[in-house]
Design a protein around this ligand. Structure first.
Ligand code: B3K
Ligand code: ZN
Length: 853
C-alpha cells in the first residue's frame, strides 16, 4: 500500500499558503461535470515553497495563475504550483463523474440527486484545494444544471442570484456564504424534492427561513424533523445564549449517506433515517434519534462551524463538545435519567471495547492514516464525557463562563482542544492542569474502591485507587470527579457529593456515622472509568430501592443481574446447578410493581444486559456458558414474575405514551421467554398495532423467542412495507438477529431480496452490520463461518465503499476476549484482508494495527 502514510499531531505546521476567497462554478452534467475553482491565495510568511494542493479521483482540466497558464506538476494526489508571487488568483478546472462515485465521499449521486460529503477530506475529490480545516475562506458558488431534472440547486449561505438558460433547458443559481469556513463544511445539492417551509424568529428578533427537503411523496414525514429544528434553535438560545447567524437554514434528506448527517454551514445533509418519520412507520426510538441528530447538527453551527478545528487530531474539540450539547438538549426536553442511561450504555458497551482493541486511541489521537477511521465512539462519546467532567468540576455557571470566553476568544478561528480547556480554566479559575491528561491518554482507567467502617469512631473510610494500562503501557494519574452518595440503613441519603480524585490512591473519611453506610459509587457515571467494588446482593438491592439518582438505581440493577449471570457461568463451569437468589427475584418484581417509577426507566431496568454488554465486563469469555447462563437467568426472572408482567402488560396497553410502550414491549419479550402461551398476545399486538413501536415490539418478542408465528408476521410486514426502504431496514435487522444456525444462509438469501442493495449503506448496516455487531452467538460461531462471511462482504465493500467497510470491521478486530481458536479464525480473516491487492487506506489501517497486536 503505497499511499498509506501516517500523519502525526506533533508534526503540525501552519499552512504555507492560505485561501481567503473561493469562487466555484459548478456545471452539473453527469459524467461531464466540470468545476472551475477560482481562489484568492496568499503566501503565509517568508518562504519560497511551492503551493501544494490536494486532489483525489478527479481529472485536472487546466491551471491558471492570474489568468495565465501556471507552472505546475502533479504527483501522488497532489498538485505543485511554483510561483514567487505572495498573492494571486488561482483558477483550477477539474472534471469528474459523480455517477461513478460509489464511495459517497466528494460529489456523488443519491437516487437521482447530486449531493456532497466533504468531511473530513472529501473536498479534494471535488477540486484541487488546500483541503485542511485551518484554511478558512469565504465561498461564492454558482451551480448550473438541467432545470427539469434538478429544479432545486442548493449550497451554503444566502441565495444571491438565479436565472434561466431557456435554450438549453438549464438554469443556474448563485450562493454566497459570508462566514469564512474550512472546505469540509462546503456542500452542494441538486435535485427534485418535496419541500417543507417554516420559519424561526431568533431572540434578537431576526426571522430565519427554515427548509426541509425530502424525496417526492415524503412531505408528510418531515414535520418531526422541522419541529426538532425549531426546538433546538430555541434551546441553544436559552441554555447557551447562542443564536443562529444566517437568514436561512436548510436540511436535505438523502437515501445514500455514509453516516447520520453532516453539519455543512446553512445546508445540512441528512441520512433519511434521521429525518423521515410518521407514527405508522417510525418507532419512538426513531423519533428520539431524529430529535437528537437534528439538534446535534444544529449545535455544530457554533461548536464546529463558527469555531472550528485547527487540524483533524482536534476532532473531539467539535464532536465531544457537540455530543455533550446534544445530550444536554435531549435531557432538558426529555427524561434526563433515560438519556443518561443510554449514553452510559454506549460508553460501557462500545467505547470500553474500542479502548481495549487494537485501534484504541486517546480522544485526541496522535497519529492517523485515514481520518475517516477516527469518527469513533472514543472521539465522540468519551469526548463528550470529558466535557461532562469539566461541567461537573466547574458547575453550570463556571462552564457557561468558559463557553463565553471560548467564543469571545476564538469566534471565526480554527483552534485546538487546549484552547478550549484554557478558556474553561481561565474563566472559572479552576486548575485543569491534571485534567488535561484525559486528552492524551488512551485506555479505560480502572478505579478500585475498598471501604471499612470503624464502629468505635463512627467513621467510614473509602479508599479510591486508579490505574490505567493502555497497550501494555502504564498511564498517568488523572483528575477524576467521583460522585458519591452514602445511604443509611433506612435508605436516607447522608452524604451526596463529588470527590476530587487526583492521586493514584486516596482515602476519604466520613465521620459521625452510627452504622456502616451503603455507598452509591461513581453516581451517574461521573467519569468514564471502570469501577471495581465488591458489592453484596443486599447492598445492590438497597441501592436499587433507595439511591436518590434514578441512574444509580438502574446501575445497581445492571450490576445485580450481571453478577447473577456471572455466578451461574461459574456454576456451569464447575458442573454445579444454576440458581437465582430469591433477593434478586424480589428486587426485579419490586421494579415491575413500583407504579411510582417512570415507565421508561422501568423499561431500562428490565432490559437484561445483552451478551455483548456482558462480554465487556470481563477479560475473557466462555461464550457457550454465557449463552446458557444468560438464558437461564432471563427465564427464571421472567417466570417468577409472569403474573405481574402480564398484569402490567395489560394495564400499559391502554396507555398512549412512549414510556408505557417501552415497558410494555419489554414485558412482552420477557413473557415470551417463559412460555409459548403468550404467542397469541404477540399476534394480537402485531395485528392491532397503531404505531411502529408496537408493531416492532411484537416482532422483536417473536424473534427472540423464535415463536412459530414469526414467519407469518415477517411476511405480512414485508407485504405492507416493501416499498418503504427505511421500514424494510427494520425487517432486515430482525432477521439478521435470529439466533439459529442457518441465519447466515438466510442473510445470504436476503442480500438477493429486492429491498436490499450493497450500494446503500443503510441496507448494508441493517442486515450485515447488525448481524456482525449484535448477533453475538452466531457471528462468533465456533466454526468461524460468521467471520468468513463478514470478510467476504468486506472484500466487496473495500472497493465500492471503503468507509462503510471500515466501520463494519469492528467486531472482527475485537478478538482479545475470545478463546484461542476463535482468535485464530478472526486473525486468519484479517490476514486475508491484508493480502488484498487493492486494500483501501481505511481497512489497511485497522487490519495492520490489529495484526500487529
Ligand atoms: N461531522 C459529521 C461526521 C463526518 C464523518 C466523516 N466521515 C457528522 C457529525 O458528527 O455531526
Ligand atoms: Zn458532530
Amino acid at each position: 500500500m503505497s499511499q498509506a502514510q501516517e500523519k502525526h499531531l506533533k508534526d503540525y505546521a501552519k499552512p504555507a499558503f492560505t485561501i481567503t476567497h473561493v469562487d466555484l462554478n459548478v456545471i452539473l452534467d453527469g459524467k461531464n461535470t466540470k468545476i472551475t475553482t477560482t481562489s484568492k491565495v496568499i503566501r503565509n510568511g517568508e518562504h519560497q515553497h511551492e503551493l501544494v494542493l490536494d486532489g483525489e479521483q478527479i481529472s485536472l482540466g487546466s491551471v491558471k495563475l492570474n489568468g495565465s497558464s501556471a507552472d505546475y506538476r502533479q504527483h501522488d494526489n497532489q498538485l505543485f504550483i511554483a510561483t514567487e508571487l505572495n498573492e494571486f488568483d488561482l483558477e483550477v478546472v477539474s472534471l469528474l463523474d459523480p455517477e461513478a462515485n460509489s464511495s459517497l465521499e466528494g460529489l456523488y449521486m443519491s437516487d437521482g440527486a447530486y449531493c456532497t460529503q466533504c468531511e473530513a477530506e472529501g473536498f479534494r475529490r471535488i477540486t484541487y484545494f488546500l483541503d485542511r480545516p485551518d484554511v478558512l475562506a469565504i465561498y461564492t458558488v454558482r451551480i448550473e444544471a438541467d432545470k427539469a431534472a434538478f429544479p432545486f440547486l442548493l449550497s451554503n449561505g444566502n441565495l444571491i442570484d438565479k436565472g434561466e438558460m431557456p435554450r438549453s433547458g438549464r438554469h443556474f443559481v448563485k450562493w454566497h456564504d459570508p462566514f469564512p469556513k474550512p472546505s469540509y463544511l462546503f456542500a452542494l445539492v441538486a435535485g427534485d424534492f418535496d419541500l417543507l417551509n417554516d420559519s424561526f424568529t431568533t431572540q434578537s428578533g431576526r426571522e430565519v427561513k427554515l427548509q426541509v427537503f425530502v424525496d417526492k411523496g415524503n412531505l408528510h414525514k418531515a414535520d418531526h424533523a422541522m419541529a426538532s429544528l425549531k426546538k433546538s434553535m430555541k434551546w441553544d438560545e436559552t441554555r447557551f445564549g447562542l443564536e443562529y447567524d444566517l437568514d436561512i437554514y436548510m436540511i436535505v434528506a438523502v437515501d445514500f449517506f455514509n453516516m447520520g448527517a453532516m453539519e455543512n454551514k446553512g445546508l445540512n445533509v441528512f441520512n433519511t433515517k434521521y429525518v423521515l418519520a410518521d407514527k405508522a412507520s417510525a418507532t419512538d426510538d426513531d423519533y428520539h434519534g431524529i430529535e437528537s441528530v437534528v439538534g446535534h447538527e444544529y449545535f455544530h453551527n457554533w461548536t464546529g462551524n463558527r469555531v472550528t478545528c485547527r487540524d483533524w487530531f482536534q476532532l473531539s474539540l467539535k464532536e465531544g463538545l457537540t455530543v455533550f450539547r446534544d445530550q444536554e438538549f435531549s435531557s432538558d426536553v426529555g427524561s434526563r435519567a433515560v438519556n443518561r442511561i443510554q449514553a452510559i450504555r454506549v460508553m460501557k458497551n462500545q467505547q470500553f471495547a474500542e479502548d481495549a482493541e487494537p485501534m484504541s486511541h486517546p480522544i485526541r489521537p496522535e497519529s492517523v492514516i485515514e481520518m475517516n477511521n477516527f469518527y469513533t465512539v472514543t472521539v465522540y462519546d468519551k469526548g463528550a464525557e470529558v466535557i461532562r467532567m469539566m461541567h461537573t468540576i466547574l458547575g453550570e455557571e463556571g462552564f457557561q463562563a468558559g463557553m463565553k470566553c471560548y467564543f469571545e476568544r476564538h469566534d471565526g478561528q480554527a483552534v485546538t482542544c487546549d484552547d478550549f480547556v484554557n478558556a474553561m480554566q481561565d474563566a472559572s479559575g479552576k486548575d485543569l492542569t491534571l485534567f488535561r491528561r484525559w486528552y492524551s491518554q488512551a485506555g479505560t482507567p480502572v478505579v478500585t474502591v475498598t471501604d471499612k467502617y470503624d464502629a468505635d469512631k463512627g467513621e467510614y473510610h473509602l479508599t479510591v485507587s486508579q490505574q490505567v494500562v493502555s497497550k501494555g503501557v502504564k498511564g498517568q494519574t488523572l483528575h477524576i470527579p467521583f460522585s458519591l452518595e452514602l445511604l443509611d440503613n433506612t435508605g436516607e441519603s447522608i452524604v451526596n457529593k463529588v470527590l476530587d480524585v487526583t492521586k493514584a490512591c486516596q482515602t476519604f473519611v466520613f465521620d459521625g456515622l452510627n452504622h456502616a453506610p451503603t455507598a452509591s459509587l461513581l453516581q451517574d457515571f461521573s467519569a468514564p472509568v471502570k469501577l471495581v467494588y465488591d458489592f453484596s446482593i443486599d447492598q445492590l438491592v438497597h441501592l436499587m430501592r433507595h439511591a436518590s439518582s434514578e441512574v444509580a438505581r438502574w446501575e445497581a440493577s445492571v450490576q445485580l443481574i450481571s453478577q447473577t449471570i456471572w455466578h451461574n457461568i461459574a456454576q456451569l463451569q464447575q458442573q454445579q446447578v444454576m440458581t437465582v437468589d430469591s433477593r434478586v427475584i424480589e428486587a426485579f418484581r419490586g421494579i415491575i410493581l413500583d407504579v411510582n417509577l417512570d415507565q421508561a426507566l422501568v423499561a431500562e431496568i428490565l432490559s437484561i444486559p445483552s451478551a455483548s454488554a456482558l462480554i465487556e465486563q470481563v477479560d475473557s469469555v466462555d461464550l457457550d456458558a454465557l449463552e446458557k447462563a444468560r438464558e437461564f437467568v432471563v427465564e427464571e426472572l421472567a417466570s417468577a414474575c409472569e403474573d405481574e408482567l402480564l398484569a402490567r402488560y395489560r394495564e400499559l396497553s391502554t396507555l398512549d405514551a412512549a414510556g408505557a410502550r417501552a415497558f410494555k414491549n419489554i414485558a412482552l419479550s420477557l413473557l415470551c421467554q417463559v412460555s409459548d402461551v403468550h404467542e397469541s398476545v404477540v399476534e394480537k399486538q402485531y395485528y392491532n398495532a397503531q404505531n411502529m413501536t408496537d408493531c416492532l415490539g411484537a416482532l422483536k418478542a417473536a424473534t427472540s423467542a423464535q415463536l412459530t408465528c414469526l414467519p407469518a408476521l415477517l411476511s405480512d410486514f414485508e407485504s405492507k412495507w416493501h416499498s418503504t426502504p427505511l421500514v424494510m431496514d427494520k425487517w432486515l435487522t430482525l432477521q439478521a438477529l435470529i439466533n439459529t444456525d442457518d441465519v447466515i444462509v438466510q442473510i445470504k438469501q436476503l442480500t438477493k431480496h429486492n429491498s436490499f442493495s450493497f450500494s446503500n449503506p443503510n441496507r448494508v448496516r441493517s442486515l450485515i452490520g447488525a448481524f456482525a455487531s449484535a448477533n453475538t452467538y452466531q457471528f462468533h460461531r465456533a466454526d468461524g463461518e460468521g467471520y468468513r462471511y463478514l470478510t467476504q462482504i468486506l472484500i466487496k465493500l473495500n472497493k465500492s465503499n471503503p468507509q462503510v467497510a471500515s466501520r463494519m470491521i469492528t467486531p472482527l478486530i475485537q478478538f482479545a476476549k475470545f478463546d484461542a481458536s476463535r482468535q485464530q479464525l478472526m486473525k486468519q480473516c484479517l490476514q486475508e484482508l491484508k493480502n488484498l491487492p487493492d486494500l483501501s487506506k481505511d481497512l489497511y489501517e485497522k487490519v495492520t494495527k490489529s495484526l500487529a497486536e
